[in-house]
Structures are given as C-alpha cells and as structure tokens.
Design a protein around this ligand. Structure first.
Ligand code: F3S
Length: 287
C-alpha cells in the first residue's frame, strides 16, 4: 500500500515507572477498600483521561483534607505532598496509600538532610509544580526555588547551601544554573535528582525529531514533562503539536509531510496512545 507519510515512534512512550507504580497502588486500594471511600488529593497524575477513568471507578478527588473523613482512604499522588499533610491525615485517622514516586521521595529526603546540615536549600524547578511544593514542604526552612540564570546569580550571598532539581526539569538548564551557583557559593552540595526516565525520553524525542517533518507530542496539557518535550522540539526549530487525545489531530498539519514523529509524556495512558496511532495510520493509508 502507498502510504501518505511514515510514522516514527519513540521507544520511550507511555507511563514511566513512577506513574505505573502509582496506578497499581491505587488499583490495589480500590480492590481492598472499594472505590467509594477512596480520595485522591488533587489529580493523582497529570492526565485528564487517566483521571477520568479513575473517577469512573468511584474514586473521588479531594481539594483538601477537610473533604476526607476518619476511616476514609487518601491516595498521595506520584508527585508527593508536603509533610504536614501526612501528619494531619494520620491525626485524623485517615488511611494512607502513598504513591509518591521513589525518586521524588529521595529528593524529599535530600532537602531534610541539607537542612539538618545547616544549609540553605535551593530547588531548581517551577515553584507552582506539585512536586516542588511537596518537596518544599519536607524542609523545615522554606527552600529557595529558582528557574533562571538571573535567579541563580541573585544567590551570591549564600555561603553554605545544597541544591536539588525537579525530576522533570531540563538537564541542560539545570547544569547551567548549577555552574552559576558553584561560582558563587563556596560550600555547595549538589544532588543530581533529574529522573532518568525523563532524560531518556528527551534524548529519544530529539533523536526522532531530527529526522521528521513534524512531531506529535501526546500528553496532559498540564503535564510538565510533556510540555518540556514539546518545547524542546520548538526551541530546536522543529514543528511540533502537543495533543491530549486523537480527536485533536488536524489532518491539515500533515499536508506535504513525509515523516511524522510520535512521542508521549510519562503520564500518557496506553489506550490514548493506541487511539492516536490508529488515527495516524488511517490518515497515512488515506493517501
Ligand atoms: Fe518518578 Fe521519574 Fe516518573 S520521577 S513519576 S519515574 S518521571
């Protein structure tokens, strides 16, 4: 069959280890307690389609602990939460299913260690991202969150500090900010906390992007690592579209295109990817 275009898929698509583990723990909880008494605090992962599927099983989303009663079960999301929330939930006798990704947990432990050493704690990341908010809530003193060279430069008065990076942050930018910090802070401990699953995805995405005409990046619009993949393509002058579901695909994007690259964020469910692949194959065959 003469195909209109070729589709090149990334070898790293679908849920990462941490998201798979979070969903598995949640499903085990539903099996044990039934969906009706289970709450997630905010969205368990940054993917509306997966979140909707979980809601359909009866699992509710709580805005805060006041929505959850004694004896109910609360699922702590893969991004983790502040320490205060664990303490308050235990005081209220709420059952906890902690799905915090072990890599995020490691960052939470690092900030506690740095604080106990009397160091200022610096987090490279986005201050409004749930992972960063959660990690910040594990340090006794509020960490300093930076996401630009200028902010790194502004910390020149610190003498003793430690730095970690949001797991899904850009490796390139993090390395740059750490160099700036090293030049200014005489006693600096650096913990490399960028998640390898994210790095592998970024490398695979850029490798595919270099040989195609357009990239399709599939994942939640709020998913930090999905947005990063899309932005990396655009920053490198590669045409890219960020979609959540197959229905968003506009066939007009592929006019005169020979090769399409497909990649996804770490919280994109398999069934969403299958629908996108099906739609692309149909469009390719329609030529
Ligand atoms: Fe964990 Fe890395 Fe996924 S930090 S949630 S395995 S992107």
């Amino acid at each position: 069959m003469n195909e209109k275009f070729k589709i090149i898929t990334s070898p790293h698509m679908g849920y990462c280890f941490g998201v798979k583990r979070a969903i598995k723990l949640l499903m085990e909880g539903v099996g044990e307690f039934g969906g009706d008494n289970i709450y997630t605090l905010g969205e368990i992962i940054h993917n509306p389609q997966a979140v909707q599927k979980i809601k359909n099983m009866g699992v509710k989303s709580a805005e805060s602990l006041s929505d959850v009663s004694k004896g109910d079960t609360l699922v702590i999301r893969a991004h983790g939460v502040e320490r205060d929330i664990f303490d308050a939930a235990r005081r209220k006798r709420i059952n906890l299913i902690d799905t915090t990704c072990p890599f995020v947990k490691r960052s939470q432990e690092y900030v506690q260690r740095l604080h106990s050493q009397g160091r200022s704690v610096i987090i490279i990341g986005h201050s409004d991202h749930p992972e960063v908010i959660g990690i910040s809530g594990h340090a006794k003193n509020k960490p300093i969150v930076i996401k630009s060279v200028e902010e790194a430069e502004s910390l020149s008065s610190l003498r003793k500090a430690g730095v970690i990076t949001q797991t899904t942050f850009s490796r390139e930018k993090s390395d740059l900010f750490i160099e700036v910090l090293k030049n200014h802070i005489p006693d600096l401990i650096v913990y490399d906390t960028i998640c390898q699953a994210t790095v592998r995805r970024q490398i695979a995405t850029m490798s595919i992007a270099s040989e195609v005409d357009i990239m399709l990046v599939v994942g939640g619009k709020k998913s930090s690592n999905t947005k990063r993949l899309h932005m990396m393509c655009l920053e490198n002058g590669i045409s890219s579209k960020h979609i959540e579901v197959a229905a968003e695909i506009d066939p007009g994007w592929f006019e005169g295109v020979d090769k399409i690259g497909l990649t996804t964020g770490t919280s994109t469910p398999d069934w969403v990817i299958e629908e996108v692949e099906k739609k692309l194959n149909e469009l390719a065959a329609s030529g």
